[in-house]
Design a protein around this ligand. Structure first.
Ligand SMILES: Cc1cc2nc3c(=O)[nH]c(=O)nc-3n(C[C@H](O)[C@H](O)[C@H](O)COP(=O)(O)OP(=O)(O)OC[C@H]3O[C@@H](n4cnc5c(N)ncnc54)[C@H](O)[C@@H]3O)c2cc1C
Length: 404
């Protein structure tokens, strides 16, 4: 009997896996079980091109069903795994069906955090993670005028930008004094905040929402300073938590499934990829969990090689991008604490590259409106380079000269 590899979750990481597994030489049975109705699709456009009507659902689906058939992959959609028994090597679906496995890949992604305040369950209060969420949000956006966004992270900023581009009145509340502050720091986060203010997004920074109120649906938000903000639609983007079924058996979970540098979890024959995985990064010698697209795709492919018997250390420089209005924010780097930020260019335009340094080494770089800096900035991060600060901050210096 050939062995069976079961993948739970049919998202970005599962697609990265499916795309690579047969090329890696795996000959066992493959089953991918996903809770959503769609075959694996790209999530990033959901907050951007899809909301703006520039991309449609079919445009986001990576490959037709025949792609999976041709690879001998059984794709089961609309099926949620409720629990896992690692001893019995089986997964129980909510439908009552049982799936047996020899190897297991957890690619379950993450779920949006719900707001723990009164009124959070009112109609008209939405989150954005899935195609179904995006469909509902897009339909609402066509009907409403006043949009209230809770959370100034990537999802909140992108939804605010899309809603504003559609001509809606947008107010965004964020507990930090800037936007994107957790990822990019105060200096860069305030430059991004100015971008939104210039587009007439009303920012309520350093404030918290205490309650949402309304009769049949949400009508207003109450902030912690007593401000009452009338609104027709609320979008909550306050972060995500790793999504996992109930697990019977020994598996180390700590802010995600803990895996080693080859993506192997603590139980034999169990692997994890994408937003749900927290892995030991060999370059920076610490465990990180990354909630970004490039990682999910590449980690799925790395797990495919491991499942096929060729495990290798998975050690990419994490990267992400975010599109807001006509700006692309591109980031390369590790989620580590920095002690210094060096900026080259103009934060106000904005057209700048900022380097994040820890102990004099470059651990990250964000590039906005300076596409020429992208490749060399990435290389500098790959090398954890130590570069003269004056040279680094000079926008006239071609970064490529720092690589030689
Ligand atoms: C709106 C939006 C915009 C984004 N934009 C960007 C961007 O611009 N740049 C960027 O770098 N990243 C972006 N991201 C992040 C990126 O999409 C994620 O990092 C990526 O999707 C993670 O892939 P994944 O496979 O780990 O999880 P997912 O893609 O979330 O897939 C997980 C799948 O598993 C399913 N699942 C969960 N539990 C179960 C279960 N028990 N049984 C069966 N199935 C289950 C889920 O339903 C889901 O379909 C964005 C994300 C969102 C939501």
């Amino acid at each position: 009997m050939p062995e069976t590899c079961l993948v739970i979750g049919a998202g970005v990481a599962a697609f990265g896996f499916a795309n690579a597994i047969r090329d890696a030489g795996y000959q066992g049975r493959l089953i991918i079980v996903g809770a959503e109705e769609s075959p694996p699709y790209e999530r990033p456009p959901l907050s951007k091109a899809y909301l703006l009507g520039k991309k449609h659902e079919d445009d986001l689906i990576y490959r037709p069903l025949s792609f999976y058939e041709e690879r001998g992959i059984t794709l089961v959609l609309g099926e949620r795994i409720a629990s896992l028994d690692l001893q019995a090597r089986s997964a129980q679906a909510e439908s009552g069906k049982t799936y047996h496995f020899d190897q297991l890949v957890l690619a379950t992604g993450a779920n949006p955090i719900r707001l723990p305040i009164p009124g959070a369950e009112l109609p008209g209060v939405r989150v954005l993670r899935s195609m179904a969420d995006a469909r509902a949000l897009r339909d609402d956006l066509h009907r409403v005028e006043r949009v209230f966004v809770i959370g100034g992270g990537f999802i909140g900023c992108e939804v605010a930008a899309s809603a504003r581009t559609l001509g809606k009145q947008v107010t965004l509340v964020e507990t930090m004094p800037v936007l994107l502050g957790r990822a990019l720091g105060e200096q860069i986060g305030s430059a991004i905040a100015r971008v939104h203010e210039r587009r007439s997004v009303v920012l309520r920074l350093g404030r918290r929402v205490e309650a949402l109120e309304g009769r049949a649906r949400v009508e207003r938000a109450i902030l912690d300073d007593g401000t009452v903000l009338p609104c027709d639609l609320v979008v909550v983007g306050i972060g995500v938590r790793p999504a996992l079924p109930a697990i019977d058996g020994d598996l180390e979970i700590d802010n995600g499934v803990v895996v080693d540098a080859t993506c192997a979890a603590s139980a034999p024959g169990v692997w994890a990829a994408g937003d749900v995985a927290r892995w030991w990064h060999p370059t920076i010698q610490r465990a990180i969990r990354v909630e970004h697209y490039d990682n999910a795709l590449a980690m799925g492919a790395a797990v495919a090689k491991a499942v096929a018997g060729q495990p290798e250390p998975y050690a990419p420089v994490p990267s992400f991008w975010s599109d807001q209005y006509d700006l692309t924010i591109q980031y390369y780097g590790y989620p580590v604490e920095w002690d210094e930020i060096i900026v080259r260019g103009d934060l106000d335009e904005p057209a700048f590259t900022a380097f994040y340094l820890a102990s004099g080494r470059i651990f990250g770089a964000v590039i906005v409106g300076r596409p020429k800096d992208m490749r060399p900035a990435r290389r500098l991060v790959e090398r954890l380079a130590q570069v003269d600060r004056a040279v680094l901050s000079d926008p006239e210096v071609d970064l490529r000269t720092l690589l030689s």
